[in-house]
Design a protein around this ligand. Sequence first.
Ligand SMILES: *Cc1c(COP(=O)(O)O)cnc(C)c1O
Length: 429
Amino acid sequence: MKKEPFVTYGQLKEIVKKYPTPFHLYDEAGIRKNAEAVKEAFSWNPGFKEYFAVKATPNPFILELFKECGIGCDCSSMTELMLADALGFDGPEIMFSSNATPPEEFLYADKIGAVINLDDFTHIAFLEKTIGRIPETISCRFNPGGLFQISNSIMDNPGDAKYGFTLEQLIEGFRLLKEKGAKRFGLHAFLASNTVTNAYYPALAKTLFEVAVTLKEKTGAEIRFINLSGGIGIPYHPDQEPNDIYAIGEGVKKVYEETLIPAGMGDVAIYTELGRYMTGPYGCLVTSAVHEKHIHKEYIGCDACAVNLMRPAMYGAYHHITVMGKEDCACDHKYDITGSLCENNDKFAIDRMLPKIDIGDLLVIHDTGAHGFSMGYNYNGKLKSAEILLKEDGSTQLIRRAETPEDYFATFDCFEVYQRLDAIKKGWM
Ligand SMILES: *Cc1c(COP(=O)(O)O)cnc(C)c1O
């Protein structure tokens, strides 16, 4: 599939007059349209709800867009719970899917009425001790172990993953939770990440539905929802075929009709916690070419670096790059596109064929809308960029300002050196 930016060169030239590069830009129209498609694909299930995985794009303005679309939040930490709470999401609109959970996070999740999704059998006692009881609605995460395969291809390796209960622990756990007062149960699993196949969700659903039937038979628990979690991927590479969310919804429906309905479980709600699929393609990192370097290879040095987008450095992930205004030029130059970190893996692309790049060219790094800004860090004392929303009417809104040295030094504010840092900053800014 040909990859084109959601922003035109003309629009971008205007945007950079107002906001200096680098920044992450998000596409409101794309996010809304896709959110509606996800809801429609699962509309056959009356209880369906998507809980957006906040960790993918933890920005209140993005969460607000989802709230308007009737989408909830899937939180994994205290600050994510605080964001959901501050934006007025109702308890049942918040899923708390965490692991190795600190007690204060369970306390807060319970206080705001979030649905707690337990990661481990021992968390039953830990939760009870922490909040003083077991909530009436509770969910548990499943880990089947072994390899997760679809047909002959290995999708992922749950046997090596830290998450979830074994099947035996789930049976024992549901019994125990029931004894302790739980009335409504949920079941959850996340078995493969960034799957670019319509077969993942139906295969996962089949596994979870069969486990749900077993749990109902063995424990008598009333299973209210099954949470297929995240994992639907996006085509980062132009050679990849995008997922068809309608085919995925139909695939899950077929398994639902084959497995749950015959077991008298036709009232179970389907939940999802998609992150990447909801925002990934609707964000990009905009950066300027600042340097060119000709040594053993050809390098272009940008004003963004791995702190703005870690995926290429961390996973060797491919992110497509468009040199704006040169879309129709031949890709006859081979470049490494780098950031400025003192780390040789700080490269957005290696040996990438692109049009000739000139200093000052604007580069759009595609598909950074999920797990992009949010994985950022401050190595080399680099500051995090701004986030900007390209609205449906073509206007822009700053939805997070860029970090300043003051932000970077803020955690020293209880030390004497802070006064000197502050004076230095005032001196040169
Ligand atoms: C990360 C995560 C998600 C979202 O995953 P994507 O691959 O972005 O869809 C959903 N649920 C849980 C529990 C997660 O950890």
